[in-house]
Design a protein around this ligand. Structure first.
Ligand SMILES: [Zn+2]
Length: 711
């Protein structure tokens, strides 16, 4: 290991595969417990069975108890690892599956404790003791009434994680403490090696509703961290990890430490709420070391790299672990920055002398930074490590994936590398799960279109096709529809290439074309799974089209996508790939075409009267020129004038008459005439409506949608 400081930096952030073999870094033990040597470092891992050095003089009673326990010994399970559950209840701690420990008769901690000796009497005694302890806790601190920390012991025993005897020992130590209410029973059990910190965390989370904070899968927000001074964080062993609206999440080991929370509150606005997340003390201290001692801003890290503060070869190869390595921090910082700015992709593009970093925001690429080429190989290696790519491979394209918790939400990154003449090009696609599921009403569709769509998706069988180029929001729309129709009485199954966002209660499958599981094969398999609704990622060939249409005519609702310019284009497209017009006619419910247009930034958009040319494009009488809004640019929108996107949509419902026209291969013109009579609005018209409503501007609309016939 490179250095101790880095342990959790690397493990914490990147989920090091060797995590299990590493020892938690030493932390000064500061809790006041006469039973335990305060200078001693207590191991927290199950695989570190070294006993805490108990002073037998100070604890004759406990020693006696341990001896009794040993004397009454039965072939029991554990000392350092969680106890095996009673026979028949093994499933209770299946994941703990510790190897049978070897006992050292001289080591109090390794003495197996008889779980089956737990008589009803001792259980009753225990309950009484617990009740007394809980009552004591209630007496001393009214704020603790809700939590009743001692109940953790009951829960651990009832789940077979520790024995009654182990609990008695821990409670004895707690009682002998001069300030029993300030000593957590759970922590004592960990220090005794009876349970691991992660077991404690799990049980605490279950019994109190306090969630566990896992630094291994989370990237902290340095801006939030630094609002709390390091000395305060260190004193209370807490670290603010993220913010969600007016809530600050505070990682801490002692989630009952109301005093610490009060102290932290002072550093945040008054209306902010501090919510504790359980995190083992050792991990909190590591986070404090990492996030306070190292430069975390992108500029700062780049400066650090440029000025050679980290010129140590080992550190810039990308393989040195932990936050001591600036490339580790740089990649983290870029991921956070990209998500904060709402980017959908991060591009790392090597040029002869430098590497350019660009984000795709609202569909457009924006240059963010560039840095010297010298550091590129280190950063590339870093990204390969985190996304489980082969570090040694530089001549062939690769792809990988990472899931991080960033800014309080789970985000997937799909990473791909492509060798170019100037080095490996990297693109990280950001799949933000929070953004994926948008209610139907919030897609930005015109309320009329939402109403039409809701009516159409009630039809029990038939196919609904969404068309548009890549990046036009087809998947988001389909996910919204699937989520809208999802109910306990419907079986929804999907075939995707690949699954971008996981939806709950929907069976999603990946296409694996390489192993012969294409859309057509997948569809055949799905049909045997009794589906009601099927989502086929894309119709690319005749076989898939034919099967999807047949499915839609045999009592299934089918959703799919096609690449066509507009909704009408779907019909000739399907006929082109070999579908008979007669088959098509009976099967299609509707075709939706859509694009995403950038919305005007509300902070800086300017109003003015439309010019005669603009009136012409919008088919408006120039003498009645309306007020429209146009983009300008300010700090809030990164000087682009736009913020967020809205869908511009056309919905083509297929009624009986249109069926007839399709079956007789009518011309596009005839079909359009029919549709017009029934109130069909094209994407252009929908977009113009959004310009007149001040949602977007004409310039953006023209660059998003084919308006040539109006120009
Ligand atoms: Zn703006």
């Amino acid at each position: 290991m490179a250095d101790n400081k880095g342990v959790f930096g690397i493990k914490g952030i990147f989920g090091d595969k060797n995590a299990g073999s590493e020892q938690a870094p030493a932390q000064p033990q500061t809790t006041q417990q006469p039973a335990l040597d305060p200078t001693q470092v207590y191991p927290v891992k199950a695989e570190e069975p070294a006993a805490p050095s108990m002073d037998p003089q100070a604890l004759p009673e406990i020693k006696q108890m341990l001896q009794n326990a040993a004397a009454a010994q039965q072939p029991a399970s554990l000392a350092p690892a969680p106890l095996a559950p009673p026979p028949g209840l093994e499933f209770l701690n299946a994941p703990a599956a510790a190897p049978t420990p070897v006992y050292d008769p001289n080591d109090v901690n390794s003495i197996p404790l008889p779980k089956s000796q737990a008589t009803r009497e001792s259980e009753a005694a225990l309950k009484k003791a617990n009740a007394a302890a809980a009552a004591a806790a209630i007496d001393t601190d009214p704020k603790k009434n809700l939590t009743q920390p001692t109940r953790i012991g009951d829960k651990l025993v009832s789940e077979g994680i520790i024995s009654n005897d182990q609990l008695q020992i821990a409670m004895k130590i707690q009682r002998n403490n001069p300030d029993p209410q300030k000593t957590m029973l759970g922590q004592i059990l960990v220090e005794l090696g009876f349970i691991t910190e992660s077991t404690l965390a799990q049980v605490l989370a279950e019994s109190t509703g306090v969630e566990k904070f896992d630094p291994k899968t989370t990237v902290l927000d340095p801006n939030i961290v630094k609002q709390l001074p390091k000395n305060v964080a260190t004193r209370h062993k807490v670290i603010p990890v993220m913010q969600e609206d007016n809530t600050i999440f505070l990682a801490m080991a002692d989630i009952y430490n109301v005093l610490a929370m009060d102290q932290v509150q002072r550093y945040f606005p008054r209306n902010f709420k501090i919510v504790p997340l359980y995190c083992p003390e050792g991990e909190v201290m590591d986070l404090i070391d990492n996030y306070y001692d190292y430069e975390m801003s992108i500029d700062g890290i780049l400066r650090e790299i440029e000025t050679g503060m980290s010129s140590d070869e080992n550190k810039i190869t990308g393989e040195a672990e932990g936050y001591v390595n600036p490339t580790v921090r740089l990649v983290d910082a870029l991921l956070i920055d990209a998500i904060k700015r709402g980017a959908s992709d991060i591009h790392f593009e090597p040029e002869p002398a430098f590497v350019r970093v660009r984000y795709r925001i609202d569909g457009n690429l924006q240059q963010i930074r560039s840095f010297h080429k010298d550091y590129w190989s280190a950063i590339a290696v870093r990204m390969k490590i985190i996304s489980s790519m082969n570090i040694a491979e530089t001549r062939n394209p690769q792809d990988g994936r990472i899931t991080y918790n960033v800014l309080g939400r789970e985000v997937d990154f799909r990473v791909s590398s492509q060798p170019t003449i100037h080095g490996e090009n990297f693109v990280l696609r950001i799949l933000d799960k929070k953004k994926a599921l948008v209610p139907l009403e919030s897609l930005g569709m015109h309320p009329n279109n939402v109403a039409i769509l809701k009516k159409l998706i009630k039809r029990p069988e038939g196919i609904i096709i969404v068309t548009g180029p890549t990046g036009s929001g087809k998947t988001t729309t389909l996910y919204s529809i699937l989520n809208f129709i999802n109910a306990v009485d419907v079986n929804i199954m999907t075939l995707e290439d690949p699954v971008e966002y996981q939806l709950s209660m929907i069976r999603q499958s990946n296409i694996r074309a390489a192993s012969g599981m294409g859309f057509a094969e997948g569809l055949r398999a799905i049909m045997r799974q009794d589906p009601d609704v099927i989502f086929v990622g894309e119709i690319r060939d005749h076989e898939t089209a034919e099967m999807a249409l047949r499915a839609s005519m045999t009592g299934h609702q089918v959703y799919s996508t096609l690449h066509t310019n507009d909704a009408m284009g779907a019909i000739p497209r399907l006929i082109d790939i070999g579908i008979k017009p007669q088959l098509l006619a009976g099967a299609i419910i509707c075709v939706i075409a859509q694009r995403l247009a950038r919305k005007l930034c509300p902070e800086c958009a300017e109003s003015r009267v439309a010019t005669p040319e603009e009136c012409h494009i919008m088919s408006i009488d120039p003498t009645k020129a309306p007020m429209i809004k146009v983009h300008k640019g300010c700090e809030a929108c990164g000087y682009t004038g736009y913020k967020g996107r809205v869908s511009v949509t056309e919905i083509l419902p297929v009624d009986k008459e249109l069926d007839e026209l399709i079956a007789t291969s009518a011309t596009r013109h005839t079909m359009l005439e029919h549709l017009r009579k029934h109130g069909f609005k094209t994407m252009q018209e929908d977009g113009i409506g959004k310009v007149l409503d001040g949602i977007t501007d004409l310039e953006e609309l023209i660059s998003t949608i084919d308006m040539t016939e109006r120009l």
